[in-house]
Write a protein of this length. Structure first.
Length: 348
């Protein structure tokens, strides 16, 4: 399968890191999280029976997944009692990410959970937290300290997620009876984000394994927003005006739905589009409205469960000094127009 990359100017969102607190795993029956075996970590503070304040710093906090994640953290805090979650939207601003970590430290918070806008400043933020003696952990995007040691993490297995998307796209492609000659695949994602590259590479690998003569893949760099994906896809569609059928996947629902919207706006029939989202919170909008759409399926990921897992981990660390595993990996599953509601997708 041939892959090409469409290069576009992109804003680099530089973000925040995390460090040496450990992450507790919720059991599958309570959180849907699969966990690794306990690993080594920093000494647990523990012993705090009083009120706790945890800073929850998120990139792109206006996206529905991250809204759900913050709500999940608040639910865990309410269940634990006497815990305040201070949610901050970092957008994609590197300077804001660092300044908000510094502000949280100055405010004397008990712990920090962070979703980094960019993985490159992880060492700096980890250092800040360590020097202040405040535990910090990552959600969604992994980071490492200056020595390369990965920080505790709650989120998803990016490669596995991509493999599920690729498998579903391959199944739909074969069922449609399309061929490589008149089909192209668009993979839209933030090219400098590890979680994104893992997802799209996993999708491409599985698709090519299941489809002997796979279509060409066109990689499109985006900032992971629907608007940018739609804008960037326009030039690709124009340059490939003779293509009849399109398969679309990306790093998140925003990237996939943005491309599908661009295709449909250019006159491509939904019948000639196989879009497989990642998140389901946007792909479900067309399903909810009963519209014929190129958004055929999506991998459902629950931000609520990740938020619960991260907050519960931090609370247990602070209150009990519980030894926690370095990773907690959330379950994911494919949904479509027939089952998204029963699977619990929150449609924005």
């Amino acid at each position: 399968m041939k892959t090409t990359t469409a290069r576009h100017p992109m804003r680099r969102a530089v973000g925040v890191g995390i460090a040496a607190a450990l992450l507790v795993a919720l059991t599958a029956c309570t959180s849907g999280m699969e966990t690794t075996e306990p690993g080594a970590g920093a000494a647990s503070p523990g012993g705090s029976d009083g009120a706790l304040t945890i800073a929850f710093l998120q990139k792109q906090g206006d996206q529905q997944y991250f809204v759900d994640e913050a709500n999940g953290a608040k639910e865990a805090a309410e269940a634990a009692g006497d815990v305040t979650i201070n949610v901050v939207d970092l957008g994609t601003d590197s300077n804001k990410a660092i300044s908000e970590v510094e502000a949280a430290i100055a405010q004397g918070v008990d712990g920090i959970i962070i979703v980094v806008p960019d993985q490159q400043i992880g060492p700096r933020v980890i250092q800040l937290a360590n020097e202040a003696g405040i535990p910090i952990m990552a959600a969604d995007d992994t980071i490492s300290d200056a020595s390369g040691k990965a920080a505790p993490f709650a989120g998803f297995d990016g490669t596995s997620m991509g493999e599920k998307v690729g498998a579903e796209a391959a199944r739909l492609y074969q069922a449609a009876g399309w061929n490589a000659a008149d089909t192209r695949i668009i993979a839209a994602y933030k090219e400098d984000l590890t979680a994104c590259t893992q997802r799209v590479e996993g999708a491409a690998s599985t698709f090519s394994e299941q489809v002997k003569d796979a279509p060409q893949i066109i990689n499109v760099g985006t900032d992971n927003s629907a608007t940018d994906a739609q804008d960037k896809a326009g030039a690709i569609i124009t340059a490939n005006s003779g293509v009849k059928n399109w398969v679309v996947w990306g790093c998140n629902d925003e990237s996939e739905t943005g491309v599908v919207t661009a295709l449909q706006n250019s006159g491509v029939s939904p019948d000639n589009i196989i879009g497989v989202g990642l998140g389901a919170y946007l792909t479900c909008k067309d399903w909810k409205a009963g519209q014929v759409t190129g958004n055929k399926a999506a991998l459902f990921i629950s931000g609520v469960e990740v938020g619960k897992a991260a907050a519960s981990s931090m609370i247990d660390l602070l209150r009990d000094g519980t030894a926690l595993p370095p990773q907690s990996i959330a379950n994911t599953e494919i949904v479509d127009s027939t089952n998204w509601e029963q699977k619990g997708v929150v449609c924005t």
